[in-house]
Write a protein that binds this ligand. Structure first.
Ligand code: UD1
Ligand code: CA
Length: 456
């Protein structure tokens, strides 16, 4: 949209969060709340997005990167003062500016668009996005004159007991005629309960100047939640979670219990995949079609192919192919790459290991820094001995090898193609292709030893 700009307020510390992390960087369903806001604005295709940073400025910039321009508000003197910092960038431009708080991550782009359209069609100088709140505590209240026109916004701390009864609240999102905004900002004073320059005061200023000031009332109060403390953060998480889960279900994913399924906003899931209760999917994970993600699985930043089952397991920063089965109770640690038709059974830990198609590690094993070929069978209790206390070494297990139970493979070592490792071996030398390696002491049977012992 030409001549439309967006300003995002993100300079505050967020004292009420009682946190070392700056408020707008607190994640909601895996994404910092200010980034939700910026991403929503981006879908509107405005000409410029300017974020006002202050507390944690460097961290906020690092998080948002190229998605926004930045202006520093060195001292936090209030929301009007914050917007004033943008004057050198936007002050001279003709057009419309959308202002939105960095702590309202749930406001959908559709709602912002509706606000914008309402603003344009009313030829208003300012339009406020408002909502009707069951409990308006903490929000600025919208005061309307007898003819129902918006007259003023009064903050909770400045409101009289009667004004506090008003249920229509300021969501902190507005559309302004750009030039009118910066002209009015110069007139804002800080003679209020908090000694701050309030952006909402611009409304009263414009209204008194006889300009058209409008309000767009959204029906969805839940969407307008401002996250000031950890209680609101958990409410935002709940609303966002329901929204994400609903989207996946609409796209053909079965979620057995959406109330305890936690899917990050960046995750992708294919059709006919079933997500069982207690699952957590984090980061930009992608899961294919017809998969079963079993109870309490935790998947972080991983890619999982079609028809794969992950049962009660943890998968982090890894790739898993198609028709593969993982778990129950397996741990796939970062940088692992499992192929197609692979089987990883219970109590198996895999780290920085590539396992090629059709190979099986069915029980109680540790594979770290290893490369496993195709159709390999790793017996129960096999361990790659990859660490000498200082350095890590690699184990290579070539195609069709068969590693017997309870073997130690002391790296660096190669188990050759098609070779066998006898159960209970501690392998310290490379095994040639098609050889049998036995590395254990021979068994000795002492005949009738027990009978003699008992006779004593
Ligand atoms: C603000 C509004 C209130 C509205 C509510 C909606 C004001 C004075 N009040 O109150 O009417 O109902 O949002 O959620 O605007 N910020 C800065 N610089 C500052 C101060 C704040 O960038 O100097 C940023 C904060 O980082 C935050 C946003 O502005 O993202 C809102 O500030 P906050 O202190 O949360 O305002 P509220 O008390 O919630
Ligand atoms: Ca707020």
């Amino acid at each position: 949209m030409t001549n439309v700009y967006a300003v995002i307020l993100a300079a505050g510390q967020g004292t009420r969060m009682k946190s070392k992390l700056y408020k707008v960087l607190h994640p909601v369903c895996g994404k910092p709340m200010v980034e939700h806001v910026v991403d929503h604005i981006q879908t509107l295709d405005v000409e410029r997005i300017v974020t006002i940073v202050g507390y944690g400025a460097e961290k906020v910039k690092e998080q948002l990167g190229e998605k926004s321009e930045y202006v520093l508000q060195a001292e936090q003197l209030g929301t009007a003062h914050a917007v004033q910092q943008v004057e050198p960038i936007l002050g001279e431009l003709e057009g419309t500016t959308i202002v939105i708080c960095g702590d309202t991550p749930l406001i959908r782009p559709e709602t912002m668009k509706a606000l914008f359209e309402h603003h344009e069609s009313n030829h208003a100088k300012a339009t406020i996005l408002t909502a009707i709140a069951e409990d308006p505590t903490g929000y600025g209240r919208i005061l309307r004159s007898t003819d129902q026109q918006v007259a003023q916004i009064v903050e909770q701390k400045d409101a009289t007991p009667e004004q506090r009864q008003v249920k229509e609240i300021n969501t902190g999102t507005y559309c302004f005629d750009n030039k009118a905004l910066f002209a009015a900002l110069k007139l804002v004073k800080n003679d209020n309960a908090q000694g701050e320059y309030y952006l909402p005061d611009v409304i009263e200023i414009l209204q008194k100047q006889g300009e058209v000031v409008a309000a767009y009332v959204t029906e969805n109060f839940a969407e307008t939640l401002g996250v000031n403390d950890r209680i609101a953060l958990s409410q935002a998480e709940e609303t966002m979670r329901a929204r994400i889960n609903e989207q996946h279900m609409r796209n053909g994913v079965t979620i057995i219990n959406p109330n305890n399924t936690y899917i990050s906003v960046d995750a992708q899931i294919g059709r006919d995949t079933v997500i069982q209760p207690g699952v957590i999917i984090e980061g930009a994970s992608s899961i294919g079609e017809d998969c079963i993600i079993g109870p309490n699985s935790h998947i972080q930043n991983s890619r999982i192919g079609n028809r794969t089952t992950v049962h009660s397991s943890v998968v982090r920063e890894s790739i898993i192919g198609e028709d593969t089965a993982v778990g129950p109770f397996a741990h796939i640690r970062p940088d692992s790459d499992l192929g197609d038709h692979v089987k990883i059974g219970n109590f198996v830990e895999v780290k920085k290991t590539k396992i090629d198609n059709g190979s099986k590690v069915s029980h109680l094993s540790y594979l770290g820094d290893a490369e496993v070929g195709t159709e390999v069978n790793i017996g129960c209790g096999t361990i790659t001995v990859n660490y000498d206390g200082e350095n890590k070494f690699k184990t290579v297990i070539e195609d069709n090898a068969f590693v017997g139970c309870n073997s130690n493979l002391v790296a660096p070592v190669t188990v050759g193609k098609g070779s066998y490792v006898a159960a209970g071996s501690t392998i310290t030398k490379d095994i040639p292709a098609d050889a049998l390696a036995i590395a254990r002491s021979r068994q000795e049977n002492k005949d009738n030893y027990v009978t003699k012992l008992k006779l004593k």
